[in-house]
Design a protein around this ligand. Structure first.
Ligand code: NDP
Length: 325
């Protein structure tokens, strides 16, 4: 018997409930996967709260990231074999001990990468890949600002951006997070609960400000993030851990210096098999060659998913958080 977390009604962390469930046999193009480690992401809280509607309706099983071993394959599946270690950042349903998933979402885990590392890095690491290498191509000596630098995506992005030769500024809410961010590529740290991050960014860059701001915090850092950009800089709004951005007039981008702005999503950048394999391949190579150190700083049992969400939303976590089935 498999077990999974279900959301019967959207709401706070308490709506996450563990239940027994039957998974069934894989259909055409599908794989039966036994999870060994499950990644927790901020997006999981958006589906749980109802900010993002579940495409599966109610009830649903949250979670978009996991690693595991293939137990069975359906008709027409050729890319993966029974017994293979695989990982994904894909459709809802990761908070479970076993699941069915279409094979096209799966990526083989390299030998030098553990299941836990893969579960911690598939969604967050591919996000770092497309943000730095596709949305805005970071170049040597660019000035880059990233909010919530000690978070799951944050610790990966800092290391990767530093390896590209960028000058990386990170914001954090306390001194312990500042120290962690400093160890993961951030040359300059701003504690935005005590300092004005706009003024400090101007100071750190000698008044020139940044080429790109990656903002996953949302409401609390808007419109300040726009003021951290130099003329024609790129504002990348990719999340809203403090709440959604207010609507704004595009004319604001002209006023702030002919800025560019985009609101990207990982799933659009990995929509084809070719794009997924290129993004995951480059990222997993960075894990295998240790350019990216994976910080798994919280582990919970699958049954404790609600505690994991309380910690994540309470700003108590750093790096990656895993659920272990
Ligand atoms: P994090 O580990 O970064 O956790 C969120 C962090 O946001 C907190 O630790 C906290 O850091 C900061 N924060 C600031 N204000 C608040 C607030 N009011 N409440 C809670 N947290 C706050 O999460 P993830 O790494 O999983 O995700 C980071 C962001 O990236 C999220 O917004 C997520 O939605 C987005 N994302 C977007 C993707 C995309 O493709 N568009 C893909 C993956 C992630 P501190 O205490 O230092 O301020």
């Amino acid at each position: 018997m498999s077990q999974a977390i279900f959301v019967n009604q959207t709401g706070g962390a308490q709506v996450l409930h563990l239940q027994d469930c039957e998974v069934g046999a894989p259909g055409r193009g599908e794989v039966l996967l036994k999870h060994t480690a499950i990644g927790v992401n901020y997006i999981d809280t958006y589906f749980r709260s109802g900010l993002y509607p579940s495409p599966n309706g109610l009830p649903f099983t949250p979670g978009n990231e996991a690693a595991g071993v293939v137990l069975a394959v359906g008709e027409g599946v050729e890319d993966v074999a029974v017994g293979q270690r695989v990982a994904y950042a894909g459709p809802l349903g990761a908070y479970s001990s076993e699941r069915l998933i279409e094979a096209r979402h799966l990526v083989a885990i390299p030998d030098r990468v553990s299941d836990e590392q893969a579960a911690a890095v598939m969604l967050k690491g591919m996000t770092a890949q497309y943000l730095l290498r596709q949305t805005y191509k970071v170049q040597q000596d660019d000035w880059v600002l990233f909010h919530a630098a000690a978070g799951g995506v944050g610790l990966l992005l800092g290391q990767w951006a530093a390896s590209l030769g960028a000058n990386v500024i990170g914001t954090v809410s306390n001194p312990a997070k500042a120290e962690l961010a400093r160890q993961h590529g951030y040359a300059h740290i701003i504690n935005y609960s005590e300092e004005d991050f706009v003024a400090r960014t101007a100071e750190i860059t000698g008044g020139a400000k940044c080429h790109v701001v990656y903002d996953g915090v949302g409401a609390a850092t808007f419109p300040g993030s726009l003021d951290c950009l130099r003329p024609r800089g790129m504002f990348v709004s990719f999340g809203q851990s403090s709440g959604p951005l207010p609507s704004f007039d595009l004319g604001l981008l002209a006023q702030k210096g002919s800025l560019f702005a985009t609101r990207p999503s990982l799933f659009a950048y990995t929509a084809t098999r070719e794009a997924l394999l290129a993004c995951a391949g480059e990222m997993l190579e960075k894990v295998a060659d240790s350019t990216l150190q994976i910080c798994i700083n919280q582990r919970f049992k699958l049954a404790e998913a609600s505690q994991a969400h309380v910690a994540l939303e309470g700003r108590q976590t750093t790096g990656a958080t895993l659920l272990l089935p």
